[in-house]
Ligand binder design. Sequence first.
Ligand code: ZN
Ligand code: ZN
Length: 279
Amino acid sequence: MNIGAHLSTKDGFAKLPENARALGLRTYQFFSKNQMQWKARPLDKEEAAAHVKAANDAGITDEAIHASYLLNLGSPEEDKYKKSYEAFVDELRRAEQLGVLNLIFHPGAHMGSGEENALKRISEAMNAAIEDTRGSKVRLVVENTAGQGSMVGYSIDHLSYLAGKVTNKDRIGFCIDSCHAYQAGYDLSNQLDSFLSEFDSKVGIKFIKAFHLNDSKYPFNRHLDRHENLGRGTLSHDFYVNLFSDSRLAKVPAFLETPEGEEGYPKDIKFLKSLGIKL
Ligand SMILES: [Zn+2]
Ligand SMILES: [Zn+2]
C-alpha cells in the first residue's frame, strides 16, 4: 500500500506534497475547506493550480480530499438534504480544481427515517451530483462507517447497494476505514481475508480507492468511532502485516487519521516498520 495521512493545510495546498514527504509519507488526504462550516470561500485559482503542479511534480496521483463532516445526504429533512447536496457538489468542484481525483465522504444518517430510506436518498444524491459535475473525473468515494447513531454505510451490503445504484461506475469508489469496519463487526484482526473476499464478491475490490488506516480505541463491534495510534488499540498486529502483504491492495493509498495528527504519525510509521513492513 501507499502510506499516507490526513494533513493540515496550514502551509497552503501547494506545500502538501513536500510536507507529506518530510513525514515519510507517499501520499496525503486533506480538507479543501473548514470541515465544520457549511460555506467556504471560493478557491483561489492560482493556489489551486499551484497544488496541481506540486502534486504532478511529486508524481502523486492518489491523494484524496475528505468532505465536510456536516454533510448528510441521507437526511429525511428537505432543508438539510438540500444544504448537504449543494455543499457536496461544491466539494466535488473544489476537488476538480485542485486536481484531486478522490472525494471521500461519510454516506449519511437516517435520523429515524430508516436505513433503506437514507440509502435511497444517498444514491439519488450521488447520481444527481455526477450529472451536475458532468465531464469531471473526480470520484465519489464512500467511506464505511462504524455504525454509530443512525449512520448507514457500516455494512458491505449497504456499500453494495450504493455501488449498484450509481449508474456511472467510473465515478464511484470506496474507502475502507479499519477502525470503522472493526467497530461495525468485521473482525479484521483475525479475518481480513474474508472481509476482502465478501467485499470483492458484493462490490469489487477494484472499487477500493483508499484505506483509512486507524487502530480502534474500543473493543470489537461496539459501533464506537474512536481512532487510536497504530499498535496501541484493539486491532491485532497481524492485521497490519496481512493488509500490507495483500497484493490486491498494493496500489491503494492508506491514510492515517490517528490521534495527534502530524505529531503522532512518526509513531505510527515506526510501529509499521517494527513489524517488518516496507513503506
Ligand atoms: Zn476515516
Ligand atoms: Zn472514524
